[in-house]
Ligand binder design. Structure first.
Ligand SMILES: Cc1cc2nc3c(=O)[nH]c(=O)nc-3n(C[C@H](O)[C@H](O)[C@H](O)COP(=O)(O)OP(=O)(O)OC[C@H]3O[C@@H](n4cnc5c(N)ncnc54)[C@H](O)[C@@H]3O)c2cc1C
Length: 487
């Protein structure tokens, strides 16, 4: 597919749509949007950044780009790229939607909210604490306050209630989407003019899913209707330590089957030191951490009770199942967390994941979905491979919908100034992706150079249908071209 560059004439037209102050092709501004970390290390600068405020502006920009065949990449918070979005060749227009930042509706009876893509997690959480303290918006668990619920839902990410309610995409009740053709469509019951977004399966066969996990390749989402959840003032975190990942996964499954806990997540001891700077060699020695009580492998159970009695019941369930696991021969011990450790985890949005950049300067999340019971094997392979490629073997895992699935993540801490480390990181990604796809494990956010080609070269029937559907929504292939091996 060939594309056209953004010419000075196009820039003038863009200015006439959104206002001159909201269009920039200044080199410093473009460079500020370039980021190579978090979810992908390949990225290029956009040709121009355009910041619309209204749906009609988005529609006009897309129609213009469609007419001139200029690529468009939508961005909500941009945190999937660290501090900007990994835009890939052939660049084009970066549609920064951060000015579309209205909370349009909160319905505490039907329990959903309607938000625009630029509504960031920090202000959204503060808005709920002030105006709807009994409810919690489904913000991503570890993403920084500047990320958004729209970005996370479109990424199918994991939220503060993922153990209870499933991935962020499961919470979506309806979308408003602008297509490059200029059409504006709503999905779910919202598709019927005058109807509220209360029923996600809508008016018959539902196509909301085509926009979830699409990485901006199908259209621009301008409104999201998404479920909200009861927020508890009665919270606690229990943690348990294990000697290996298989024991951790098996014992945790026993608790997960009891269906308690909003967020259940853990990993290995490497999660602790890599949030500090790699200055002192003792930090990379487990014996140092063992003396401080940090287990080799551990699982945290975040519990929200309706009241203290309910919270105490949930604590009893978790401890009872762990005791049963011990009786079945699993080596498990409760890890008593310091109140400060509990406080930092219970804070929302928490900032727990940000410091991984301290260890070597940058980090990459390579995230996979597996059946829960296979997550132990996944962890074992990952740790071995990370050591083989010379990276600290930092591994994190969380439960989705009470262990129906696991989200597994090697966190690769690397030196972004070292071409050798970047090359080894690419090799690690390729090597493990080949193995994991063979095992039937699925990438959370397939990157365009390794995950998507390897995955779709196997799933040929699915990929062929996906390409046909892409043509329907984006006939000229201008939306985030190259992502997902589309168009
Ligand atoms: C330190 C750190 C911790 C993180 N922890 C978590 C976590 O706990 N849980 C989690 O799930 N994720 C996590 N992430 C990943 C990511 O930040 C989140 O998924 C985030 O919510 C994405 O939202 P965003 O607004 O930043 O999306 P963006 O990066 O702006 O966009 C995500 C994708 O959706 C597309 N897109 C954005 N807006 C639109 C739109 N309006 N229409 C169509 N397509 C669109 C983009 O093109 C892109 O491909 C973390 C990231 C960081 C940096």
């Amino acid at each position: 597919m060939s594309y056209n560059r953004v010419t000075p004439e196009v820039i003038e037209e863009l200015k006439s749509i959104v206002g001159a102050e909201h269009v920039s092709d200044k080199p410093a501004v473009l460079a500020a949007y370039l980021s190579r970390s978090i979810m992908g290390i390949e990225a290029v600068k956009p040709d121009v950044v355009v910041r619309p405020k209204y749906v009609e502006e988005v529609r006009k920009v897309l129609m213009l780009a469609n007419e001139y065949r200029i690529p468009v990449t939508p961005m909500a918070g941009g945190l999937s790229g660290g501090f900007a979005l990994p835009l890939i060749k052939p660049a084009g227009i970066l549609l920064d939607l951060s000015r579309m930042n209205r909370i349009l509706k909160v319905d505490p009876d039907a329990r959903y909210m309607v938000v625009e893509p630029g509504v960031r997690n920090g202000p959204l959480w503060a808005y709920f604490r002030k105006n709807y303290p009994e409810y919690a918006p489904p913000i991503p668990d570890g993403a920084p306050p500047a990320a958004t619920v729209v970005g996370d839902a479109l990424e199918r990410g994991f939220t503060i209630v993922t153990n209870k309610a499933g991935p962020a995409a499961d919470l979506v009740l309806g979308l408003e989407v602008v297509l490059p053709t200029g059409e504006v469509v709503r999905t779910g019951s919202w598709a019927l003019p005058g109807a509220q977004p209360f029923y996600k399966w809508g008016l018959g066969p539902d196509f909301t899913g085509i926009f979830l996990g699409a990485q901006g390749t199908m259209g621009v989402v301008t409104k999201l209707a998404v479920k909200i959840f009861p927020h508890s003032e009665h919270k606690d975190i229990l943690a348990f330590g294990f000697e290996n990942p298989q024991d951790m996964i098996k014992a945790t499954m026993m608790v997960l089957k009891q269906e308690v806990g909003v967020m259940v997540q853990g990993g290995n001891w490497w999660l602790v030191p890599t949030r500090l700077a790699e200055e002192n060699p003792k930090l990379a020695d487990y014996q140092y951490w063992a003396k401080l009580g940090v287990p080799l492998w551990f699982m945290n159970f975040e519990l929200w009770g309706r009241d203290e009695e309910d919270l105490e019941y949930q604590r009893r369930v978790v401890r009872r199942e762990m005791e049963k696991a011990a009786q079945a021969g699993i080596k498990v011990r409760e890890w008593k967390l310091h109140p400060r450790q509990k406080k930092s985890r219970l804070k929302k949005p928490n900032k727990i994941a940000i410091p991984y950049a301290k260890w070597r300067g940058a980090f990459l999340f390579i995230t996979w979905y597996t059946p829960w019971m296979e997550a132990g094997d996944f962890a074992e392979i990952c740790v071995k491979k990370m050591e083989e490629y010379g990276f600290p073997p930092v591994f994190w895992v969380a439960s989705i919908e009470h262990g129906r699935e696991a989200i597994c993540m090697p966190i690769v801490c690397y030196d972004p100034t070292s071409p050798d480390e970047i090359e080894r990181l690419r090799e690690f990604n390729r090597d493990t992706t080949e193995m994991f796809i063979e095992r039937g494990w699925i990438n959370y956010r397939p990157d365009p150079y390794v995950h998507a080609p390897l995955m779709y070269s196997r799933a040929t029937a699915y990929y062929s249908m996906l390409k046909k559907l892409k043509k329907v929504f984006d006939p000229n292939g201008i939306m985030h071209p190259g992502r997902l091996c589309l168009p």
